[in-house]
Design a binder for this molecule. Structure first.
Ligand SMILES: [Fe+2]
Ligand SMILES: [Fe+2]
Length: 365
């Protein structure tokens, strides 16, 4: 049980909806309250209130407003859970001024994250309703995946510097959230979201991970392979943690010695991951070989196509697309379509059937 985290679920149904029950089972104390219009509900301070918007469908927007402002005491923090395309009066935009909206189907991990986040927020005893123009925040799967990805990357990079242990559950969670959010078809908004990130290496890893998962989805990869894709892409440049910052961030051209050092990052990455048990061999190959080329002209080993598997090929393509569409001090970013044109000209180096299959995604990036 998570201490200090309490949830009250309000809805018209008699029983706690199955998805909410599963999300909180054994982790959070949940009170299920069957609400009726105009009925006052007493809820302890600090309890996160979830209103099941799909199961309060007979409520008018006025009823909900009354519920939120007058019937629930105290009125915050508040989460609405419901279908994104719900045509009930409880359309998400009506509700956002009162709290957050989490779309069904949600992942249990994401909902728990929001509940924990809201529980940890300081609150006034009798909070005022948000003003009409105050920025309502909507938590979506993208934002959660981004936060989880960032958190995983920060532990990964400190692990690679020898400062902490690798937290594999964190990596798996980030991978799961990433797959969940991109399954909704949000490649474009993922790319836009990642562009806001302040740290260039994290930005790059999150971008490669989003692209690789989006590509894997397009190619019909099964779930277990998608998770390998997500984890491999998040980890692919972990060896850069061992490359000095002045080389990583050098705006101009690298000297020969610097570039030799830079070209070691795939090998460093693999070495550091080999120190941990339980890292899948497919992931070790992605990390070591993502800069290899099918004609053997890549690095660090110069291996040819027979030793480069599909997961590596996909990650390499995601890595190249990411590099091309990223803004760098020395180059303007290319559009997704232009990036695929560059790839199409890399005959012999990258896997052309994969490139052609993914090319239509170029206009979404
Ligand atoms: Fe790399
Ligand atoms: Fe990379």
């Amino acid at each position: 049980m998570l201490s200090g985290v309490h949830v009250a679920v309000l809805g018209e149904s008699e029983h706690l909806p199955e998805d909410l029950r599963r999300a909180f089972a054994g982790l959070v104390s949940v009170r299920h309250i069957r609400i009726k219009a105009r009925e006052v509900v007493e809820i302890g301070t600090g309890t996160v209130v979830i209103i099941d918007a799909d199961r309060a469908a007979s409520f008018s927007p006025d009823d909900i407003e009354n519920l939120v402002l007058n019937q629930i005491r105290p009125a915050r923090p508040l989460i609405f859970v419901g279908q994104a395309k719900s045509r009930t009066p409880l359309a998400a935009h009506n509700l956002l001024r009162f709290g957050s909206f989490v779309f069904r189907p949600f992942s249990a991990a994401s909902l728990l994250d929001i509940v924990q986040f809201l529980s940890s927020q300081p609150r006034a005893d009798e909070p005022a309703p948000a003003a009409e123009d105050s920025p309502a925040w909507i938590v979506d799967e993208h934002a959660l995946a981004m936060v989880a990805g960032e958190k995983a990357l920060s532990t990964l990079f400190s692990f690679a510097k020898g400062q902490s242990r690798l937290k594999q559950p964190e990596l798996i969670k980030a991978g799961d959230l990433l797959i969940g959010s991109l399954s909704e078809g949000g490649l474009n908004s993922w790319v836009r979201g990642v562009r806001q990130h302040h740290d260039r290496t994290y930005q790059h890893c999150l971008l490669v991970a989003g692209l690789a998962v989006g590509f894997g989805l397009k190619l019909g990869f099964r779930q277990s392979d998608l998770l390998l894709v997500a984890k491999g892409a998040l980890l692919h440049d972990i060896g850069k943690a061992r490359v000095p910052l002045d080389i990583l961030d050098k705006p101009g051209e690298l000297t020969e010695a610097e570039s030799a050092m830079m070209r070691q990052h795939p090998a460093y990455g693999e070495q550091v991951l080999r120190l941990e048990s339980g890292i899948e061999p497919e992931i070790l190959r992605v990390v070591r070989s993502h800069h290899e080329a099918l004609d053997g002209s890549g690095y660090p080993d110069g291996v040819g196509s027979e030793r480069i598997d599909d997961l590596v090929r996909l990650t390499t393509i995601a890595d190249i697309v990411a590099a091309l569409i990223e803004k760098r001090p020395y180059k303007a970013p290319l559009s997704g379509e232009a990036a695929f044109e560059v790839l199409a000209a890399m005959q012999g180096k990258v896997d052309m059937p994969i490139v052609s299959a993914l090319a239509p995604l170029g206009r979404l990036i």
